[in-house]
Design a protein around this ligand. Structure first.
Ligand code: COA
Length: 463
């Protein structure tokens, strides 16, 4: 089992630099831990306080008699080494160092010293220069970000702090369920590869999203990422893609952003899905975490708008997915339930007058047909049907057939279409506001499947 097991499943956690002052980070982290409902023991550590947020406070970690697995450190940088010494001597094995003022401002020596001290005690360090971490299976939110993270199966590793906190909020807004959020900051010790090793073995995680500026050890990253990608998709937002971006990354976390082409090659080799934007990343996360991985890449597109169908076909083709003629038995079944003017090619065009029921029947038949691997549903809002009615028809088809097959939906139009999209999202049916985004996200799932096949072949050849 990964050496990070106790970091994510601590029986006791101490917040060093906890404060009664509600504006201080040490207070906010402690409050999130308490209010999100952490299941283990919690200890505030502060030189003068006797009680903080209703919990007994301790002057030093070494004065706590029970076992402490993790310390979350929120004291100024010049005090961090003393805290590490005290906790290290007390047997603590994980330090989560929120404090800034290390390598990112040129304080390389202090950062090296931090790692060396920690190593002396067999202690692993997360950070420094981070906003903390979350692990929802044990209701642990040790961050100064939003409190009410939605539990789910997506692990999010972020090298950016403020952007990471904002994205933490976006996951709530987007209805994305989280297993873990880990701020890695300067990655002085624990890095992406260590975390991927943990998430590979973690039964609560099925998709990993990384916001990355740079990696410390590229070879190890490729090795670990290839291994996890055979079981779980990894999506990476690699920033610092341009010279200007790379310069910004260097002054942000002290990272060398490196040549993007080298990164892209490494991602391809290790089956990692590389994305350029936050929007694309979240789109992929929804389709990959809410759908099963298909066995093939035969997609059927069902639409009420020819134009939407064309746009989606183009996007799929750009992503290497080419639409084939739909299976004959599917066409025959459709012919029985659809009017003669519906176009039974691929895309299946139900025409602009399509009522909810035509969507229900065609989605149901596509789900039931074993020669169809994935379904793309496109709906353009017309005055003839209500978007929510179409969304409910799609959901009913899935509910009634109880068939779990990759699906992606576009609800195109105004506020009512947006509401219908939100409705599907609450049911964990990936839905998007444009045909291109729905198609591109579905293609990502199919691309992942292909990448995984390639990895399995490559590894089995080696053995
Ligand atoms: N053990 C325990 N508590 C200690 C301590 C020690 N050795 N030394 C000091 N403290 C206490 C302080 O007394 C204070 O508590 P109080 O309010 O009761 O007096 C508390 O720890 C915090 O110390 P303080 O000096 O008030 O610092 P701060 O809260 O203003 O700032 C940091 C501390 C870590 C937040 C700040 O140095 C920092 O690095 N900020 C940037 C953090 C950041 O942005 N990280 C990256 C995010 S992405």
């Amino acid at each position: 089992m990964s050496s990070l097991k106790d970091l994510f499943n601590p029986s006791g956690i101490a917040v060093v630099g906890a404060s009664k002052d509600p504006t201080k980070i040490g207070h906010l982290v402690l409050r999130n831990i308490v209010e999100y409902g952490f299941k283990g023991r919690v200890y505030p550590v502060n030189p003068t306080a006797t009680e903080i947020l209703g919990l007994k406070s301790y002057p030093a970690v070494s004065t706590i008699s029970d076992k402490v697995d993790v310390i979350v450190v929120s004291v100024p940088n010049v005090k961090v080494l003393d805290v590490i010494d005290d906790a290290g001597k007390a047997g603590v094995k994980h330090a989560v160092v929120i404090t800034s003022g290390f390598k990112e401002i040129g304080n390389v020596e202090l950062e090296n010293e931090l790692v060396q001290r920690a190593r002396k005690y067999g202690m692993r360090v997360l950070g420094p220069n981070i906003f903390g971490y979350v692990y929802t299976p044990v209701r642990l939110n040790a961050t100064f970000g939003p409190r009410d993270v939605i539990p789910g199966n997506v692990a999010f590793i972020t090298q950016s702090g403020a952007l990471g906190i904002a994205l933490m909020g976006s996951t709530i807004q987007e209805g994305i369920g989280i297993s873990a959020i880990v701020s890695v900051g300067n990655k002085a010790d624990i890095d992406d590869a260590d975390l991927l090793e943990f998430f590979d073995e973690d039964p609560n995680t099925s998709v990993v999203l990384i916001y990355m500026e740079g990696v410390n050890n590229g070879r190890r990253f490729v090795e670990v990422a290839s291994k996890i990608s055979m079981r779980k998709p990894v999506i990476v937002i690699k920033s610092g893609r341009t010279e200007a971006g790379a310069r910004a990354a260097a002054s942000h976390t002290g990272s060398l952003a490196g040549n993007i082409l080298i990164y892209e090659t490494a991602f391809r080799q290790s089956g990692v899905l590389s994305v350029k934007s936050v929007e694309e990343a979240f789109d992929f996360v929804k389709t990959l975490s809410w759908n099963p991985v298909p066995t093939g890449d035969r997609v059927v597109v069902i639409t009420n708008g020819g134009g939407a169908g064309v746009q989606a076909s183009d996007t799929l083709a750009d992503d290497g997915i080419f639409l084939e003629k739909p299976p004959q038995d599917f066409v025959e079944e459709l012919r029985k339930v659809l009017p003669p003017f519906a176009s039974l090619a691929n895309p299946v065009d139900l025409t602009g007058m399509a009522p909810e029921d035509w969507y229900y029947m065609s989605v149901k038949l596509a789900l039931q047909n074993p020669q169809i691997d994935a379904i793309l549903v496109l709906y353009c809002h017309t005055a003839l049907t209500s978007p929510i009615g179409v969304a409910k028809a799609v959901a009913r088809a899935i509910e009634e057939t109880k068939i779990s097959k990759p699906i992606s939906v576009a609800m195109i139009g105004g506020p009512d279409a947006y509401e219908a999209m939100r409705y599907l999202t609450t049911l964990r049916i990936p839905a998007y506001p444009t045909p291109e985004r729905a198609a591109h996200a579905l293609a990502a799932l199919l691309k992942y499947r292909k990448g995984r096949e390639y990895l399995v072949k490559r590894i089995s050849k080696k053995q």
